[in-house]
Design a protein around this ligand. Structure first.
Ligand code: NAD
Length: 517
């Protein structure tokens, strides 16, 4: 029988990426080992076991930490542009492995093949960005108030950076952190999601080839595999100055408190509850494309997925009708088959949460416009495929206030001016991504002004999902406040030092203070 894995070349991709039937889930650079329990990775695409991973025990973790600390001692002294050269070579290897890694992302996580390739492209892009950055880790110089003094600031590497990542971007989010941290002179320990361990092993295999070829110290990039308990080892470890954690707000609240308790730094990228405002002046065709892609792309499992549409009453029925019609066209199935629009949810727990959310929406008074369903039968054997749903709702519903990681879109009506829509948009605990669809300059600018969206990302005539690596990525409020990727996000991976040098022959004190002996 031809399986999906053979039909779409998954077996060849696994072989190219060095994935075995049973894998060592712990690696310090080029050395792999693990003594923990076995973790099995099943594909949500067809429910098949892909491979097994030996997890990282507490003793393994200690070995990793020692390797990372040791590597940092020499890596921090390598000039930043040379570290950039290492990242450039990593980007080249990603180009060579784009197809294989993209396929693994699609098969292990369940996103469409195009999005799998897109994730690897994002890794390549951040490598290019980091290479340039390796020559631009600038500090400022300031004028001293004292004569014959010079004052400036410089950035030094922090040390060991702990990276905890979520299942839905199983490779890109790590690379956003790692590429920047590495050019900054830090070493990394990565704990991928326990739902996508093979993606972690594949990335580590690619990067460790670069380490080997350049004779770079063991432990510059380390991988540990396991569940939240392993994450807790990282967050409570005072040898790690920075924890970058991507995942649910629930997780972020625990991580933030643990890291703050030891006065460490945390960079948090947590849940979103993203909305598009549709004003009377919106281009309806663009709105429908943006909203449908935002709501059903990645089966609603992006942190930036569109969850709420806030539509003006004057265009409400028009948008509603167009959306319902568009949902009838959606093809749900194997994400490796490029004819399909919507793939599976990550697992059957996610399916249960989707069912519960729809039930709750109805109990709270919501009206179902496009019925949800769990699909069964041929092609849906994994039990993870669901029908994207649309519900007419109120922003005040408890369920609308929460992030359900599934393709459920809530339609909310607003009346009056755009200020009312902005108020609804901002009336949730999360603050990640937001958008307005309008051709009216006043509305667009108001949305982007201080009185506008309170989110980390605010777009005009673009949906909420999908971001370029050049900008800093992240959100406010319960999204955690962290910024990753482009702009000056690199600064969080370094420690800032202010230096004042006296080249005169007296010792004047600041603020004119006199201290004569
Ligand atoms: P999750 O919170 O269940 O798990 C994320 C990671 O945290 C996993 O590696 C997990 O093992 C680890 N973890 C869980 N509890 C922990 C603890 N107490 N201590 C240390 N580590 C712990 O999230 P998920 O289901 O994998 O991902 C979906 C969530 O991630 C959604 O809420 C989504 O919005 C969010 N997300 C946010 C961004 C962003 O940039 N803002 C990006 C991707 C995903």
């Amino acid at each position: 029988m031809t399986t999906i894995a053979t039909q779409f070349g998954i077996k060849a991709a696994l072989a190219q990426l060095g994935i075995q039937d049973i894998n060592e889930g712990t690696s310090t650079g080029t050395q792999s080992f693990a003594t923990g329990a076995i973790l099995e990775s099943y594909s949500p695409v067809d429910g098949q076991l892909i491979a097994k991973v030996k997890t990282t025990s507490a003793a393994d973790y200690e070995k990793v930490m020692q390797a990372a600390i040791e590597a940092f001692q020499s890596f921090r002294l390598i000039p930043a542009p040379q570290r950039g050269e290492m990242v450039r070579q990593f980007g080249e290897k990603l180009r060579q492995n784009k197809e294989a890694l993209g396929k693994l992302v699609s098969y292990e996580m369940g996103k469409s093949l195009q999005e799998g390739y897109g994730e690897v492209q994002e890794m390549i892009d951040i490598c290019d960005f980091a290479v340039g950055l390796s020559r631009q880790l600038h500090g400022l110089t300031m004028h001293s108030e004292r004569p014959n003094h010079r004052m400036y600031e410089q950035y030094h590497p922090l040390g060991v950076v702990g990276i905890i990542s979520a299942f839905n971007f199983p490779v890109a989010v790590w690379s956003w952190n790692a590429a920047l941290a590495l050019v900054c002179g830090d070493v990394c320990i990565w704990k991928p999601s326990e739902k996508t361990p093979l993606c972690g092993i594949a990335c580590q295999n690619i990067l460790s080839e670069v380490l080997k070829e350049n004779n770079l110290p063991e432990g510059i990039s380390c991988l540990i595999n396991g569940d939240y308990k392993l994450g807790e080892l990282l967050t409570s470890d005072s040898r790690i100055p920075l924890i970058s954690a991507t995942g649910s707000t629930r997780m972020g609240k625990i991580v933030a408190q643990t890291v703050a308790g030891r006065l460490g730094k945390s960079l948090l990228e947590l849940g979103g509850n993203n909305a598009i405002i549709v004003t009377p002046d919106a281009d309806i065709k663009m709105t429908v494309i943006g909203a449908v892609f935002g709501a059903v792309g990645t089966a609603g499992q992006r942190c930036t997925s569109t969850r709420r549409l806030i539509i003006h009453e004057s265009v409400y029925d028009k948008v509603k009708t167009a959306l319902v019609a568009a949902y009838q066209q959606l093809r749900i199935g194997n994400p490796l088959d490029q004819n399909n629009h919507v793939g599976p949810l990550i697992d059957t727990d996610a399916v249960e949460k989707y069912n519960k959310a729809l039930e709750k929406a109805v109990i709270e008074g919501g009206k179902i416009l496009v019925e949800g369903a769990v699909l069964s039968g041929s092609g849906y054997e994994s039990g993870c495929y669901v029908q994207p749903a649309i519900v007419e709702a109120e922003n005040s519903f408890e369920i609308v206030q929460q992030e359900t990681f599934a393709p459920i879109l809530y339609l909310l009506k607003y009346t009056g001016t755009v200020e009312n829509a902005i108020a609804i948009q901002n009336s949730v605990a999360q603050g990640l991504s937001s958008a307005i669809m309008t051709t009216n300059l006043r509305e667009a600018e108001l949305f982007l002004s201080t009185a506008g969206s309170d989110c980390g990302i605010a777009n005009v005539n673009i949906g909420t999902s999908g971001a370029e690596i050049g900008g800093a990525f992240g959100g406010e409020k319960e999204t955690g406040g962290g910024r990753e990727s482009g702009s000056d996000a690199w600064k969080v991976y370094m420690r800032r030092q202010t230096n004042t040098i006296n080249y005169g022959s007296t010792l004047p004190l600041a603020q004119g203070i006199k201290f004569d002996l």
